[in-house]
Design a binder for this molecule. Structure first.
Ligand code: ATP
Length: 221
């Protein structure tokens, strides 16, 4: 099921001695179902922290984060990792593929973690949409950066999560590959009805989103 994301008065302090460093300050934000949302801002502004608290990778210091009616800040570690596995797909700047698994098995890793049988028909559709259907038997180090990121996108989409978070997904790619990869990520998200929230430093890529959110010193500008 696709969900609204709602942050209510969310703050994040790193470190507690001497008061801690405020990376997010009283952030209120709603991201509707299916929205393509770009997060921009200067280095150190709090973009990654915002993405990480929304994906329950980092605890908040204060505030609540709802996925529809579920407050993810109230979950314990096991509940949060189960919730993340089934509801959230994550695309990292550095792909983070398993070097010892071939491309097919990298894409299918979420099914293994969820102890579910692989939906091969869906995986075939994904790899065709992403143009990597001829790479399935290869190992990650036999692929270009752009191809590896498309594999990471397929892996993020495999369990049909409601939300995809992507932290500078094209940061390791040249501008042409970056544009193509972002275009594919956005079209997959739109076609499949996923909400997509991505961090970028690139204004051209940010302009491809439905909405651009700028973070300045831990606050929404
Ligand atoms: N684990 C941590 N411990 C202490 N401070 C941290 C930690 N992680 C981030 N910070 C600080 O919090 C602030 C926000 O960091 P964050 O990584 O969210 O910024 P960003 O906007 O994503 O930056 P960049 O564009 O450089 O990736 C920065 O000042 C950073 O130094």
């Amino acid at each position: 099921m696709n969900q609204n994301i709602r942050l209510v008065d969310v703050s994040k302090l790193y470190g507690t001695s001497g008061g801690g460093f405020p990376a997010l300050k009283h952030v209120n934000l709603t991201i509707p179902k299916g929205e393509i949302c770009a997060i921009v801002g200067a280095s150190g502004a709090g973009k990654t922290t915002l993405l990480n608290v929304m994906s329950c990778l980092t605890d908040v210091t204060e505030g609540e984060i709802f996925f529809d009616d579920t407050d993810i800040t109230k979950m314990n570690g096991k509940e949060a990792s189960d919730y993340r596995l089934h509801n959230i797909g994550f695309v990292f700047q550095k792909y983070q593929l398993m070097p010892t698994l071939n491309i097919h098995d990298n894409i299918c890793l979420p099914y293994v973690l969820a102890k579910e049988s692989v939906d091969e028909a869906y995986v075939t559709q994904l790899v065709q949409n992403l143009g990597i259907e001829s790479e399935l038997e290869k190992m990650p180090d036999q692929l270009s950066g752009g191809q590896q990121q498309r594999v990471a996108i397929a892996r993020a989409l495999a369990l049909k999560p409601s939300v995809i978070f992507a932290d500078e997904p094209t940061g390791n790619l040249d501008s042409q590959n970056g544009f193509k990869t972002m275009d594919l990520l956005i079209s997959c998200a739109k076609e499949l009805g996923h909400t997509l929230v991505f961090v970028t430093h690139n204004e051209t890529l940010a302009a491809m989103a439905d909405r651009k959110i700028e973070i300045v010193d831990g606050e929404i500008a």
